[in-house]
Design a protein around this ligand. Structure first.
Ligand SMILES: NC(=O)c1ccc[n+]([C@@H]2O[C@H](COP(=O)([O-])OP(=O)(O)OC[C@H]3O[C@@H](n4cnc5c(N)ncnc54)[C@H](O)[C@@H]3O)[C@@H](O)[C@H]2O)c1
Length: 274
């Protein structure tokens, strides 16, 4: 038996983190597009990792449970990397809420039930969650603590209260951070930790879809005018994940880490201010 990592979302960010942390482990890779999972699995196997590619849908509890059950056949689940998601240019409002908001909440809950003592997880949120103005304390608490099957019935997530896909994405990513806080309490009871990382613009196929989408100029302006003056790379996100998932991060749980080249700072107090 091996220690097992579950990786959901076979994209560039997920692979970078899995390569950083997953050596010596069985890495079970789930993605809605089986070809993406297989592609990342092939690259990693050829680089000495032990991976298995599976089809799974983050928006389905049954599918998440299926992935966990398959992963458990190889040993105890000690790591979770959730880097599955859809962006505002890739999907309609309902899909963004079902995948990024509800799916992430279910995954944290289901893995939290089986995570081994000493286990660690990260889920990829986004700078977008930091851009949206503060919600009320009550709304934050609802996002954090509402039972997963009730989440999408919350008044603030109803279609009449959501302006567009970007707003849905911001709400989903805010919810990710709040769920991580609430879940960290439960994970802590098992001696396990869970955190989120909120990247800015990281060059991946998802970001390239954004560059070529209706908000392309907005994104290009964002990285040109942020303090770093460039977009980031998945390996830089893995640097943060390494801190959070290694023993050096033993005192860090229930937290969110912004890694955006300063774009959010500039959005509030610099040249990116709208
Ligand atoms: N790239 C960026 O600039 C950026 C910035 C902030 C946050 N993020 C977040 O990082 C995460 C990973 O994004 P990435 O840039 O690596 O994208 P990516 O497109 O390279 O990878 C995302 C993967 O998720 C998979 N996926 C989509 N819907 C799914 C579902 N329902 N079930 C299972 N898998 C599904 C896709 O098939 C894809 O393989 C996402 O949550 C995204 O919102 C990305």
């Amino acid at each position: 038996m091996k220690k097992v990592m579950i990786l959901t979302g076979a994209g560039q960010i997920g692979m970078a983190i899995a390569r950083r942390m997953g050596y010596g482990m069985k890495i079970v890779i789930g993605d809605k597009k089986p070809e993406n999972a297989q592609n990342i699995s092939n690259i990693m196997n050829q680089a000495g990792f032990d991976t298995l590619a599976l089809e799974m849908d983050l928006s389905s509890r049954e599918s998440i449970r299926g992935l966990i059950a398959q992963a458990q056949q190889y040993g105890e689940i000690t790591m979770l990397v959730n880097a599955a998601g859809v962006s505002p240019s890739q999907a309609p409002v309902e899909a963004i809420l079902k995948v990024d908001l509800y799916g992430t909440a279910v995954l944290l809950e289901e893995v939290g039930k089986v995570i081994a003592p000493g286990g660690v997880g990260v889920t990829i949120s986004s700078q977008s969650g930091h851009r949206m103005p503060a919600l009320t304390p009550w709304e934050d608490e609802q996002l954090a603590c509402t039972p997963t099957e009730e989440l999408l019935k919350l008044p603030l997530l109803q279609p009449e209260n959501i302006r567009d896909t970007l707003h849905a994405y911001q709400l989903a990513k805010r919810c990710n951070e709040k769920r991580v806080m609430a879940e960290s309490v439960k994970w802590g009871e098992k001696g396990a930790r869970i955190n989120s990382i909120s990247p800015g613009i990281i060059v991946t196929p998802l970001a390239i879809d954004e560059f070529n989408g209706p908000r392309g100029d907005f994104y290009k302006n964002m990285f040109a005018k942020c303090p770093a003056g460039r977009p980031g790379t998945a390996d830089e996100v893995a640097n943060v994940a390494e801190l959070l998932m290694s023993d050096k991060g033993a005192f860090i749980t229930g937290a969110d880490f912004l890694i955006d080249g300063g774009a959010t700072a500039s959005y509030y107090y610099g040249p990116l201010k709208p």
